[in-house]
Ligand binder design. Structure first.
Ligand SMILES: *Cc1c(COP(=O)(O)O)cnc(C)c1O
Length: 247
């Protein structure tokens, strides 16, 4: 009995500690977003916080949800699918972020509301064809390799306009905007340059007749620079949930 009581107390403490920790980091990130918005003369509600929950337990996600966070970003399909059933009762908006392989598009089209890593037409065509008829159109951001250093994901800036127009014609997708994941920068000024480039590209796409409302840019280390350059959605993981172990 003694042991059981001790155990359950320490378990409760563990849970409370997790809640307090998550609440504290959400407050800190919220303060950074608010400060960045006010120095850019932007209303706070012009920036959405996407909580990146890769490697984060379903329990921690539920804890963040109880604090009012309702959109979460996941990179790895199998991991996301394994956490979703336990969270099915919550009204979570799931975003797929990061690289997407074409053999995973069907499950992504079925289980997510947004996809941020669309960088080629073939992916978009598959997502559109595979989006279940009873669900609303899938929200899509085109990922752009804006600073050219990561060769693996993102379309070339020169290819972005044509890709956006082709995606806008697909029936089951709703093109929302552009996304970028620039390499870590050494200074705030250096961090701002690729974000500014993505904003200008987005302005060109809009000037060509496509209405975009999303600039998905900024993470734990550079969300302030991204908001200064017009980000409407920051994707934040480690600043909310702690440093991830290497996967
Ligand atoms: C992991 C990840 C993030 C969050 O990164 P943090 O530095 O932990 O905030 C944002 N966007 C993408 C595409 C990611 O893969």
């Amino acid at each position: 009995m003694q042991n059981e009581a001790t155990l359950s107390t320490s378990h409760a403490n563990g849970k409370e500690a997790l809640q307090a920790q998550i609440a504290g980091s959400f407050q800190a990130v919220e303060a950074r977003i608010s400060a960045a918005c006010s120095s850019a003369n932007r209303p706070r509600d012009s920036v959405r916080l996407l909580a990146v929950s890769k490697t984060v337990s379903a329990d921690a996600i539920a804890t963040a949800y109880a604090l009012g966070q309702d959109c979460f970003g996941e990179n790895y399909l199998q991991e996301a699918l394994s956490k979703m059933p336990a969270l099915a009762a919550l009204e979570i908006e799931w975003h797929h972020i990061g690289p997407l392989q074409s053999n995973k598009t069907a499950a992504v089209a079925e289980h997510f509301a947004w996809v941020h890593g669309v960088d080629r037409l073939k992916l978009a065509e598959r997502l559109s064809a595979q989006r279940p008829a009873q669900l609303p159109a899938l929200n899509v951001c085109v990922q752009v390799n804006i600073s050219g250093e990561d060769t693996k994901s993102g379309c070339a800036p020169e290819a972005c306009l044509d890709l956006c127009h082709a995606i806008a014609r697909l029936p089951r997708l709703r093109l929302r905007g552009l996304m970028a994941l620039p390499a870590p920068a050494a200074s705030l000024a250096e961090a701002r340059a690729p974000f500014a480039a993505l904003r200008r590209l987005s302005e060109q796409v809009q000037a060509s007749g496509l209405p975009l409302d999303t600039l998905s840019m900024g993470m734990s280390d550079d969300l302030d620079a991204a908001i200064a350059e017009g980000s409407t959605l920051v994707r934040v993981g480690s600043a909310l949930f702690g440093r991830r172990l290497a996967r």
